[in-house]
Write a protein that binds this ligand. Structure first.
Ligand SMILES: [Zn+2]
Length: 172
């Protein structure tokens, strides 16, 4: 029987800590308890996969955003409230999608994952790009309103609508 996986996207110091270089604001901190509860649930009955920005210091993405989550830096670490546990997976990414240039496909295959739930930041960029790729692979996706956040409330609302409308994501 296939499993459910939880992708925890970019819950890193640079995005979630007020001292981070690309802090998303208090609305992003509000999702932390919900995300923590989901992680705990998936550890007992599924697969937990952290998808984390891990950029080179001169990553081309920094043309579009201030430098953030440079591999090995404090900012690239998962926030202490959501620290990884043995048995969790972590994929380091350098693009928005958790699939881009990572071994996420291999992990999903090895674990026989048939549905992917997604939490984290930010809704209109990494979450949207990741669920788009789930759709490309015919893997059903589930996104929790209480488990995602964005810099921009309008982009957040639009992205949730797009996921449901274009990619068949279950937005709950
Ligand atoms: Zn990035």
């Amino acid at each position: 029987m296939g499993k459910a996986a939880l992708i925890v996207a970019d819950m890193l110091n640079d995005f979630l800590d007020p001292q981070g270089s690309l802090y998303m604001g208090p609305q992003a901190r509000e999702i932390i308890p919900f995300v923590a509860a989901k992680i705990a649930a998936f550890r007992t009955q599924g697969v937990v996969i952290y998808a984390c920005d891990a950029h080179a210091p001169d990553d081309p993405e920094f043309q579009y955003f201030p430098p953030h989550a440079v591999k090995g830096s404090w900012g690239s670490q998962i926030i202490p409230e959501l620290a990884a546990a043995p048995g969790d997976y972590r994929v380091d990414k350098t693009r928005y999608s958790a699939f881009a240039r990572t071994n996420l496909d291999d992990i999903l295959k090895a674990e026989q994952v048939i549905v992917v739930h997604v939490v984290g930041v930010c809704t209109s960029i990494c979450i949207l790009e990741t669920v788009k790729e789930l759709f490309d692979r015919d893997i059903p996706g589930v996104v929790f309103r209480q488990g995602v956040a964005d810099f921009d409330p309008e982009a957040h609302a639009f992205a949730l609508k797009q996921m449901a409308r274009l990619f068949g994501t279950k937005v709950v």
